[in-house]
Design a protein around this ligand. Structure first.
Ligand code: GAP
Length: 547
């Protein structure tokens, strides 16, 4: 593993997430389950707010009458909710059945499993010993990690490291093996002697299950979806035939996806069960490049508008040679997570121009690239390897009078990765004056008010003199409009601290003056400014600040 940018910050975030009920390891009382996570009371509210914000901004709140800034034309958006288990042919035609795999490699000694393509190695020799040292570190950390592994293997002290003779440059293990390095000579990343790595094996990332009571044959074999996108493609015609939408339009879905990741890691970043928020946007082939640019920029702005720090975000356009030949662009929106090495970014969302690949696959059968064209892949008998539905998924444009298979722009986001980025970004430590004016250190989650699990806390200064009654009155009227909490336990300073850690943007304190003139103090989490506001105006005031 590479050295993280700020491991201690990450450790504090993971600890706060557990302590305050944002995220728990799944099945924790049985020791947890690698790659699976549960959302606690605050976490579920944060994740729901994030998904609601996406659904509102992309679908429900979309204005179909006017082209938004940067859009080539007005467009429509529709929603969908498909099943997790779909007809197995879906995954055969989409390519997931044949191609959605990673190569894995096991270490017989350490019992650890690695992604084959994540290992890097280099020949090292000392006196009469020579081995191909490997590491699963990445980026700039590789040379130092290889040196540390070799030092340990040869039993050297730090000052003897220069005695190691290195041959060649650090090379990805698959390339080294292709060039003649044997696994028998390779020292696994966590092994004490060479020869413990097994031969690489292909591993399909789809979770398999069986449908119905009779298990055994190939007919009842099914898969948990590894992406929500395919449910949208196979319902393209249903949506078109049953709603008013005309091209250009998008179909959106939020839902669970499952991938049997070989090495789930970095808290929720690479999980085996996670949620995606995907849009498949269908457009005229001639307009697709302009729509691609629109969606790339629109999705980038969404993260900024919800408060992610611009300097920690990166929009990375894929190089031309990384693109499928039918694609005129793919970009990733990436975030500098604190568990990554300096200069590294992790993907939050991909925006891909997919051409007509998906709709054609489900019409004609699994496609492959041949001489620059997409053609149906055939078996030795000349028949399609995976037969498509045979349904016509082309579109007749009644304005231009043309028939075509729409091109697709796909902004595909991970809800859990976004929650993790917002949690990491929100985490702050600062100093605030306590009730006696002395500086007190605090941990505060500076979440955007739209995402904050609790919008406001209502705090009677003391538990007597009619303050709880007045605070309760406000709590009941505010609760109808937004998530709020009533808290009368402990000093007001401790109550502020609790709400700061939960990311609550506003605290409303009912005090002696409130009883006389129905005003209260409104404390802002970030600026710490306290204003005196009429109690009856609070719901309207906060509603305005939330939008
Ligand atoms: N339909 C396209 C698609 O699924 P992807 O890049 O494989 O593309 C899209 O996934 C998004 O889903 C990623 O950008 C990421 O946010 C999220 N995602 C993918 N694998 C994940 C995993 N193992 N754990 C958490 N989120 C994941």
């Amino acid at each position: 593993m590479s050295k993280p940018l700020d491991q201690s910050r990450m450790d504090k975030i993971v600890s706060l997430a557990k302590r305050r009920g944002f995220i728990f390891p799944s099945s924790e009382i049985y020791g947890g389950l690698n790659g699976f996570w549960d959302y606690g009371p605050l976490g579920v509210a944060l994740k729901r707010n994030l998904k609601d914000a996406w659904w509102h901004d992309m679908v429900a709140g979309h204005d179909e009458l006017a082209a938004p800034a940067g859009a080539p034309a007005p467009y429509e958006m529709a929603g969908l909710d498909c099943t997790i288990i779909m007809h197995p042919q879906v995954w055969k035609c989409s390519g997931h059945f044949d191609l959605f795999h990673d190569w894995m490699i096991d270490c017989r000694e350490s019992k650890r499993r690695y992604r084959y393509d994540h290992l890097t190695g280099r020949w090292a020799a000392h006196r009469d010993k020579r081995t191909f040292v490997t590491t699963d570190a990445s980026g700039d950390d590789v040379p130092a990690e290889l040196a540390a592994r070799a030092q340990k293997f040869f039993g050297l002290r730090a000052k003897q490291v220069d005695e190691i003779a290195w041959e060649g440059e650090p090379t990805p293990l698959p390339a080294a093996v292709a060039a003649g390095v044997t696994l028998a000579d390779s020292l696994g990343p966590d092994a004490s002697a060479p020869g413990s790595l097994t031969a690489p094996r292909e591993f399909n990332l789809m979770f398999e299950t069986r449908i119905g009571a009779v298990a055994g044959g190939d007919d009842d074999r099914a898969f948990l979806r590894p992406e929500t996108a395919q449910g949208i493609f196979v319902n393209f015609k249903n949506v078109l035939d049953t709603s008013r939408v005309r091209v250009p339009f998008g179909i959106c879905q939020i839902g669970k996806s499952f991938r049997n990741e070989i090495t789930p890691r970095n808290f929720t970043f690479r999980s085996r069960e996670f949620e995606q928020m995907e849009i498949e946007f269908f457009c005229r082939p001639a307009d697709s490049a302009a729509w691609y640019r629109y969606w790339r920029d629109r999705r980038w702005r969404w993260y900024l508008d919800l408060g992610l720090t611009a300097s920690r975000l990166r929009l990375r356009e894929h190089d031309r040679d990384e693109l499928s030949h039918y694609s005129c662009g793919t970009a990733d929106i990436e975030y500098a997570f604190p568990f990554l090495a300096a200069g590294e970014f992790g993907e939050l969302e991909g925006i891909a121009h997919r051409g007509d690949f998906d709709l054609r696959s489900h019409m004609e059968g699994k496609l492959v690239r041949r001489d620059g064209d997409l053609v149906v892949e055939t078996g030795a008998d000349g028949k399609p390897r995976h037969r498509g539905s045979g349904k016509d998924l082309s579109y007749f444009d009644d304005v231009s009078r043309e028939r075509y298979v729409p091109h697709v722009i796909e902004p595909s986001a991970g809800a859990d990765r976004a929650v993790l980025a917002f949690l990491c970004d929100a985490y702050h430590e600062d100093e605030v004056p306590d009730e006696d004016g002395k500086p007190r250190s605090r941990t505060v989650m500076k979440l955007h008010p739209r995402l904050a699990p609790v919008k406001a806390a209502i705090l009677p200064l003391v538990k007597k003199d009619g303050m709880p009654e007045l605070a309760g009155e406000l709590y009941r009227s505010l609760k109808r409009q937004m998530t709020c909490q009533y808290d009368e336990k402990g000093s007001v300073g401790r109550r502020y601290a609790r709400q700061d850690e939960a990311g609550t943007p506003w605290c409303l304190t009912v005090d002696g003056q409130s009883l006389a003139d129905r005003t209260l103090t409104l404390r802002d989490r970030d600026s710490l400014v306290q204003e005196r506001v009429p109690l009856d105006e609070v719901p309207g005031l906060l509603r305005d600040r939330l939008t």
